[in-house]
Write a protein of this length. Structure first.
Lengths: 111, 410
């Protein structure tokens, strides 16, 4: 079976990451419990997608040799850029959750 | 869950971490962005150390020439289309090439390291400017922290240039040749630094030994010094506190200083957030703005027109070409000395930005010198004046290293 192309994986990543980040941001100000739940589900989905992308990358680089075929290099770079995007989304969600936690405890300390 | 909290309590107790974790942090420093950039620079340093560790596993320093087919160079790395079917590159370049294009996740690793370095330099510059404007050196203990900060900033930019040299691409070799030529300046002033550096490096041509010394300096010596100074700086901030807010009303200022939060969990949570947001931004830069590996260089080859040094030193390159080299070559040293003596020169008693307007203008001029030169260097191609100071020494095919070589300095 052919693996998903980098552009399909990039769109899938964006489709999961964009609503998750928006919901985590909105829930941070409303109810942090739901923010954590949504964030956790989003991170799990993105990590599953990252695991798939990492598998494709490892398989692709198993066929690399020196000097390489430039088409393979370009494909490898494209998959790695998608993987970087997935890790960026995961880090963004975790970062937002941590800052949300600080905002809540800081606010509580001043009430 | 209970067992984990018990273990955590035991950990805190046995390692005497209670005092550290509960040390008070003023709330204004947690929420005012002017107080964040030192942390951003420090976190970038640790991210660089982490990625650098893995890069060091794959990188091989060396100027031995390897011939590769021109078709195996990525089109985005080329400044000009290759003239021949085969291209000469150094061992260093090939190992960087292997990391970037032939190693799984190597592309992410190299790009992340590069962008983290750029982020660290940017954070250092903003942090320096913020502390300059705030006059943070005026409080008790602030002068020592300022001194450490200026030295750390200087080392950071040096570290960036050393790292940029390592792949031995055209831009890297340009940076190296400018760096080696810089030491001539001291010789012209009658300070025999140039010869001392050449004796240390073994040559002022990029030989195997020079590249190895640069590699060791980049991965071991400079990071060790940075870590030591950073440790002293963190210690100073932990026990001396952060700089007071620039508020004129003494009562309000005092109230803000006394409005504190414990480091754990407050600042700790914020720092975790900052680390992940920083990683996120860096990964986004890797995904959307990957930087080219650039063209290879081989011993004996000229650096063609159009090649520019990395942006952290671009301002310097621009001024060396624009202004009489006798004045411009020593600019970084003069700027470093000025930054070091700022706490001695600034005798103003003001606290707010309005009261300190003279020093705010000086800070703005200082940053504008760097910013103007950097931007100009990228938008205008200034022809290089070839003078004894600025000439880029072209190394011979096989440079004979070490002190028996007649010194080309001067």
């Amino acid at each position: 079976m052919e693996p998903l192309t980098p552009s399909v994986l990039a769109w899938l990543t964006a489709a999961i990451a964009a609503p998750t980040v928006a919901l985590v941001y909105v829930y941070n100000g409303l109810d942090r419990k739901w923010s954590a739940v949504v964030g956790f589900v989003g991170v799990a989905a993105l990590l599953a997608l990252f695991a798939y992308t990492a598998n494709v990358i490892m398989a692709l680089y198993g066929a690399m040799q020196f000097p390489p075929d430039m088409q393979l290099v370009e494909l490898g770079v494209a998959y790695q850029r998608v993987a970087a995007g997935q890790l960026a989304a995961v880090s963004l969600i975790v970062g937002l959750l941590a800052v949300g936690y600080y905002m809540e405890i800081s606010r509580r300390g001043h009430e | 869950m209970k067992i984990f909290s018990r273990l955590w309590e035991l950990f805190i107790e046995r390692f005497h971490l209670k005092e550290f974790l509960e040390h008070p942090v003023p709330r204004y420093s947690n929420i005012n962005p002017l107080y964040w950039f030192g942390d951003v620079a420090a976190v970038s340093f640790f991210l660089l150390a982490l990625t650098g560790f893995f890069l060091a596993l794959f990188y091989t320093p060396g100027v031995n020439v390897v011939t590769i087919p021109a078709a195996s160079l990525a089109p985005w790395d080329l400044l000009h289309p290759p003239a021949a079917e085969a291209v000469r590159a150094t061992e260093s370049y090939i190992s960087a090439y292997r990391i970037a294009y032939l190693t799984p996740f190597g592309f992410i690793l190299r790009q992340f390291h590069l962008w983290a370095a750029y982020m660290m330099i940017m954070a250092v510059l903003v942090h320096f400017f913020a502390k300059f404007v705030l006059g943070s050196y005026k409080r008790r203990g602030g002068g020592a922290l300022w001194l450490l900060g200026v030295l750390l900033g200087f080392l950071t930019i040096n570290q960036a240039v050393l790292g940029y040299i390592l792949p031995l691409h055209l831009d890297g070799i340009l940076a190296l040749m400018i760096g080696l030529n810089l030491f001539r300046y001291f010789d012209y002033l009658g300070i025999p630094v140039g010869n001392a550096v050449i004796a240390l490096l073994g040559s002022n041509y990029p030989t195997d030994q020079v590249i190895r010394v640069i590699y060791v300096a980049h991965i071991l010596i400079v990071p060790a010094v940075i870590l030591l100074l950073l440790g002293l700086k963190i210690q100073g901030i932990l026990y001396g506190g952060v700089s007071p807010p620039p508020i004129k009303n003494a009562e309000v200022r005092e109230r803000m200083v006394k409005d504190v939060e414990p480091f754990y969990p407050h600042r700790f949570a914020l720092m975790v957030g900052q680390v992940f947001l920083q990683i996120s931004l860096l990964m986004l830069l890797v995904a959307f703005f990957p930087q080219p590996l650039l063209e290879p260089w081989a011993p004996g080859e000229l650096v063609p027109a159009g090649v520019r040094p990395p942006w952290p030193v671009m301002w310097y390159y621009t001024y060396v070409k624009m202004i009489d080299p006798f004045i411009s070559v020593g600019m970084p040293i003069l700027m470093l000395i000025f930054a070091l003596v700022v706490p001695l020169l600034d005798r103003s008693r003001g606290i707010t930005v309005g009261e300190r307007w003279v020093w705010v203008i000086i800070a703005l001029v200082y940053m504008a010198i760097i910013g103007y030169g950097s931007v100009l260097g990228f938008i205008i191609d200034i022809p290089k004046q070839v003078t004894p100071f600025t000439q880029i020494t072209v190394p011979p095919d096989s440079a004979v290293p070490y002190v028996t070589t007649p010194s080309p300095v001067g």
